[in-house]
Design a protein around this ligand. Sequence first.
Ligand SMILES: C[S@@+](CC[C@H](N)C(=O)[O-])C[C@H]1O[C@@H](n2cnc3c(N)ncnc32)[C@H](O)[C@@H]1O
Length: 208
Amino acid sequence: MVRGGVRWMDEHVNDPFVRRAKAEGYRSRAAYKLIEINERDRLFAPGQLVVDLGAAPGSWSQVAAARIGAKGRIVAVDLLPIAPLPGIAIIEGDFTADPILAAITDALGGARVDVVLSDLSPNLSGIASVDQARSELLSELALDFVVHHMKPKGAFVIKAFQGSGFPALLATLRKRFEDVTSRKPEASRDRSAEMYLVARGYCVSGET
Ligand SMILES: C[S@@+](CC[C@H](N)C(=O)[O-])C[C@H]1O[C@@H](n2cnc3c(N)ncnc32)[C@H](O)[C@@H]1O
């Protein structure tokens, strides 16, 4: 369905998660995906350091910020601008580009990350094989980020699509983390092929 098309607009206006997001001050309905995942998987704790890859407009960062509290820190990165959020370091750019990776590393100040969130979506071309390949590349690069920056025992939430690259992503996560589960939160529209992999207990010595 085309974002902004008539059917999309109709569903969007009548969507209970869109209404709730407006009422509760979240920047997007996506907030409820992470809220549901966190209720089941207990990702966040006060004082943690979180990186949010593909963070715009910022609702996952809002959810994380409320759970890690004033002593926690979030670095939020997106190609698109993100309006300021209290206490959150925002970096605008492509997280796979060297200068942006350097800016993220600077913002982390040498610290290792407790939780990496990746709700990254590529720009869709409409050609399924191209979109699948783009999405898989983003997943690989997000995982590469994790390998370089995550603290032992850290957690990683990544959006994934059932497709040819899915088994390989799952297998790699299972090598690197003690526990990997898949989640399809209620706010993830039924017909969408998206799901989330929740990986906990990062093992630094795992092999990719
Ligand atoms: C579904 S949205 C994220 C929604 C967000 N979790 C929220 O709750 O507000 C996916 C985002 O991934 C971003 N993105 C895609 N490729 C990226 C890249 N290479 N670097 C940074 N951001 C990227 C897009 O710009 C888009 O804003």
